[in-house]
Design a protein around this ligand. Structure first.
Ligand code: DX5
Ligand code: ZN
Length: 219
């Protein structure tokens, strides 16, 4: 299975983001951009203008994770800005088919994220239409929280549903991913890993990305 490491810049130094991204770009698959609106989650990251600049300047593809209300409006905008992948929260959306169609129409992959309390079965009608499932392994909103082991069962179920699929649906985990948790997440079936504080608190962020990739690559 192809492994993807997608560092989250949430815990990077926001005053010099281009440099922070450059530190990991060569060894990472995508940069994970956390968008928080202070409504869906109690925190705010970037407005549309700032996000557009980050995406434009990013030397590798961007994986936008929208923790915002009204993804019907926001998701197409992030596709238009050039995100390779746009993930919205199931809990925030009303019209899933519309979002999926709009994002695809703009040429981006589309993912649906599930908070820890949301069952995988909510995706029954949409699993065949999307390109990524994001299983949150912490409550969304903050970096640096502990990985929730009890989410591994949901990852296993998701892998079972997807199989080793040839349609290329990615199975992402986000929250508390580090050298001590990435192996269990891999064994449960995840193939795409967000890591924020593990990468940016490391002395050498690029080395950490490489280590995470090694640990996630099944022997
Ligand atoms: C949390 C964000 C994550 C966050 C992960 O709501 O979606 O992407 O940056 O940070 P760590 O890896 O520190 O848990
Ligand atoms: Zn995220």
């Amino acid at each position: 299975m192809t492994v993807r490491i997608t560092p989250s810049i949430l815990n990077a130094d926001f005053s010099r983001l281009d440099e922070e991204i450059a530190r990991v770009a060569d060894v990472s698959d995508l940069i994970h951009l956390d968008i928080m609106d202070n409504i869906f989650v109690p925190n705010f990251t970037f407005d549309f203008d700032k996000a557009a600049k980050i995406i434009e300047n990013c030397p590798i593809p961007v994986d936008s994770h929208l923790m915002v209300i009204e993804p019907e409006k926001a998701a197409p905008r992030f596709a238009e800005m050039g995100s390779a992948s746009v993930t919205y929260h199931f809990e925030a959306a009303i019209n899933h088919r519309q979002i999926i169609e709009d994002v695809h129409g703009l040429g981006s992959r589309v993912g649906i994220a599930l908070k820890p309390g949301t069952a995988l079965s909510v995706l029954d009608d949409y699993i065949g239409l999307i390109d990524m499932i994001l299983i949150m392994t912490v409550e969304p909103g903050f970096g640096g929280q502990s990985f929730m082991n009890e989410m591994l069962e949901k990852v296993r179920q998701a892998r079972k549903r997807l199989g080793v699929n040839d349609r290329g649906v990615w199975l992402q985990v986000d929250g508390g991913i580090s050298p001590s948790t990435i192996e269990v997440a891999t064994e449960a079936g995840a193939d795409t890993f967000v890591a924020g504080s593990a990468v940016y608190k490391a002395e050498d962020p690029a080395k950490m990305v490489t280590l995470l990739r090694e640990l996630a690559t099944q022997r």
